[in-house]
Design a protein around this ligand. Structure first.
Ligand SMILES: Cc1ncc(C[n+]2csc(CCOP(=O)(O)OP(=O)(O)O)c2C)c(N)n1
Ligand SMILES: [Mg+2]
Length: 416
């Protein structure tokens, strides 16, 4: 459908698909809470209620060949990438039919063969260098793929996040990092852990593109992330997308989130991503009541079947615990070459480090990287000596060129 707010058009079918996935994610979330209360969930239960537009809208930008690595609040992304609700249900219930055979819980599973999903890593930030590496590998193999992972507001303060982002930038990796700013890292609000209004600002330190998007508006999330993904696919480097949203529950089921001011929940409840998208679809006449009811019935039917399947899957046999601990032929994954192999071997294989320093590292104009990828930022943070010289020249006529005005002009401007 050609709508003015869409640079990247979505068909009616795709628009309804977005709704289906968001709604399915929420219903699944609520089903899991019921199972938790019945004591059928093994371990913690992490909710993504309120964050469905972020998870679904970002993952929906990926093509089949692309790779993603989900975190605990990205069940929506896993559904978009082709996992079924039964996989998530069985994981949480530690059933033998689960993707990890009952050995791990939550969204801690992947699929390297078909769906191109790398398992989450619990240590926050570590997936960033990993997905940068997958992106570099894909480029090396000529696959024109893009990789994506998500990180919370809290996770952006880890060392691995910064090291990984810098590596991605220096290698110009086709990688998109989505910062899910849900306002809380456990009980720590964003304002208590980083003095920035927009976490996207962090990207400027690496000289890469960044975006801020309303994370509860699925169409905006899709459009913005698509831009970042396509840019990366064209070889223009990685990007950081900050999606502003809200964690509407505690960190996990055991956390009643009493530290969240009630009015904050009220504020975000009024901006619920699913309710907002329902209004959006109605106002643009994408659907009617009948279509909505059909989608709801479909989800109800599917979830009932999926739950039945999951509940009928047994717990794993105890002896399974000792299997798969050491490699038993698990490293036979072979690269899917899409360029002739000669092109991939030295001397043609080497990827030129993209960034060059134009003036031997001096202060006469800044690095080429900063100019190429953040022209606005490069302009604003022009090296002090250059800005001072310019100010001295321009003010000389008026007041004889005071040292004070030159010094004042030399201070790098801050972006608010
Ligand atoms: C390196 C590291 N430090 C601490 C933890 C423990 N931990 C798990 S989740 C979490 C809070 C994360 O907050 P945020 O990154 O904002 O993600 P959210 O839970 O809000 O999605 C913490 C501290 C961890 N997993 N890894
Ligand atoms: Mg958070």
């Amino acid at each position: 459908m050609e709508l003015p707010e869409m640079k990247y058009p979505l068909s009616r079918e795709q628009l309804l698909d977005l709704y289906y996935f968001m709604r399915l994610t929420r219903e699944l979330d609520e089903q899991l809470v019921r199972l938790f209360r019945q004591n059928k969930v093994v371990g913690g239960l992490y909710s993504s209620i309120g964050q469905e537009a972020t998870s679904v809208g970002t993952a929906y930008t990926l093509e089949k060949r692309d790779w993603m690595a989900p975190m605990i609040r990205n069940v929506g992304g896993l559904l978009v990438k082709g996992f079924r609700p039964r996989d998530i249900l069985m994981q949480y219930m530690a059933r033998s039919g689960s993707p990890t055979g009952g050995k791990d819980g939550t969204s801690h599973f992947g699929d390297l063969q078909e769906r191109h999903v790398v398992s989450p890593i619990s240590m926050l930030g570590d997936l960033i260098p990993v997905m940068t590496g997958v992106a570099m590998g894909g480029r090396y193999l000529g696959q024109k793929l893009v990789t994506m992972t998500w990180i919370g507001d809290g996770g952006t303060s880890t060392g691995a996040f910064h090291e990984g982002m810098n590596l991605a930038a220096a290698q110009r990796a086709p990688f998109v990092c989505v910062v899910e700013n849900n306002q809380w890292a456990y009980s720590t609000p964003v304002a208590r852990q980083v003095p920035l209004h927009d976490l996207a600002e962090r990207a400027r330190a690496y000289g890469i593109a960044s975006y801020v998007v309303d994370g509860n508006d699925v169409v905006a999330v899709y459009q913005t992330t698509k831009e970042a993904v396509e840019r990366a696919r064209r070889g223009e480097g990685p990007a950081l997308v900050e999606s502003k949203t809200m964690r509407m529950k505690g960190h996990a089921q055991h956390d009643a989130a009493v530290y969240v001011p009630p009015e904050m929940f009220e504020y975000w409840k009024a901006r619920d991503p699913i309710a907002r998208y329902e209004t959006w679809l109605t106002e643009r006449k994408v659907w009617d009541k009948k279509t909505k009811a059909e989608i709801e019935r479909r989800i109800e039917r599917e979830l009932k079947e999926e739950l039945e399947f999951a509940e009928n899957s047994p717990l794993p046999e105890p002896e399974v615990a000792e299997r798969g601990v050491y490699c038993e032929g698990c490293h036979t994954i072979e690269a899917r070459w899409e360029r002739p192999i000669e092109q991939l071997q030295p001397p043609k294989a080497s990827v030129q480090a993209a960034w060059t320093v134009s003036d031997f590292g001096g202060t006469n104009g800044g690095g080429a990287a900063a100019k190429a990828h953040a022209p606005e930022a490069a302009e604003e943070t022009k090296p002090a000596a250059v800005a001072a010289k310019a100010a001295a020249v321009s003010t000389r006529g008026a007041n004889g060129g005071t040292k004070r005005s030159a010094r004042a002009a030399a201070r790098p401007k801050r972006r608010r």
